[in-house]
Design a protein around this ligand. Structure first.
Ligand code: SAM
Length: 255
């Protein structure tokens, strides 16, 4: 039994208030899924919950008319999860944005660090990936995709009281004991035990990791909690997904 297609629309959703779909959505419903007039579509807009709607078409242009509300819009997630990530190669960065959306991040912030290879990002691409992931994962909202920011600016823009969980892969100095001069980070699980109930902002670095200066800067800031994600060096995308999953399991909405 194919699932009813689920689309994000920007229009307000209320009974009988028709909304026209954009060309891509019209093409998807009418030509890819080959749905006819009267077919059911599920809609959400991030404000009015989720609605059952009836499809109509005028030529290649589709429209949807909400019929009944399926789910009410929940209050914003608390505590809220923000992901700060240093962009990596294109496909892996796309994966981070998609998984952050599935894992419930409310804000996704690409941050520039000293060793970040890419110096520009395609926000329109990130927003498209996040929208498609939100439709698939049955979220009722979209994550905010923030513009590329420096580490300082990203931290400064955080709401007060947010706990910054800094994924600190140890070992900046080759050959030095893991953790370098600033010492190895505590296991993330132990750190999160003391952060329950607080908004969290996870920070992961680029392929080349954080510089010793960045690690010292981060460790010097109040509200920043260095954490270890175990004894192995994870790829940036693996670290982001693993850290978000652990945060949701211990502090977030996984129950
Ligand atoms: N500098 C690292 C090295 O030794 O090769 C590579 C950085 S790793 C590919 C990318 C990012 O993932 C790191 O900056 C860190 O944020 C996170 N990460 C990877 N493994 C981790 C670990 N075991 N503990 C904490 N963070 C980790």
């Amino acid at each position: 039994m194919p699932t009813t297609p689920r689309l994000f629309v920007s229009a307000d959703l209320s009974t009988g208030r028709a909304a026209s779909l954009d060309d891509q959505q019209s093409n998807y419903l009418l030509r890819v899924l080959r749905l006819g007039a009267g077919s059911q579509v599920r809609l959400f807009n991030g404000r009015d919950g989720e609605w059952n709607a009836a499809l109509s078409a005028a030529g290649r242009q589709a429209a949807v008319t909400p019929v009944s509300q399926l789910r009410v819009q929940p209050p914003p997630a608390t505590p809220a999860l923000t992901l700060f990530f240093a962009p990596v190669k294109k496909d892996q960065t796309d994966l981070i944005v998609e998984k952050a959306t599935e894992l419930g991040a409310v804000r996704i912030v690409p941050v520039l660090t000293r060793r970040t290879q890419t110096r520009s990002v395609r926000l329109d691409r990130f927003r498209k990936i996040a929208l498609e992931a939100a439709e698939q994962t049955e979220r009722l909202d979209l994550p905010e995709i923030a513009d590329l920011a420096t580490l300082d600016a990203a931290l400064a823009a955080l709401p007060p009281g947010t706990a910054v969980i800094f994924c600190d892969e140890a070992g900046d100095e080759a050959g030095a004991p893991r953790g370098g001069e600033a010492g190895r980070a505590r296991p993330m699980r132990a750190v999160l035990e003391g952060l329950k109930g607080r908004d969290g902002a996870l920070l992961t670095g680029p392929e080349g990791g954080f510089t010793p200066e960045e690690r010292a800067f981060l460790r010097s800031r109040p509200g920043v909690h260095p954490v270890s994600l175990g004894p192995r060096i994870l790829r940036a995308e693996t670290a982001a997904v693993a850290a978000m999953a652990l945060w949701q399991a211990m502090c977030g909405d996984w129950g």
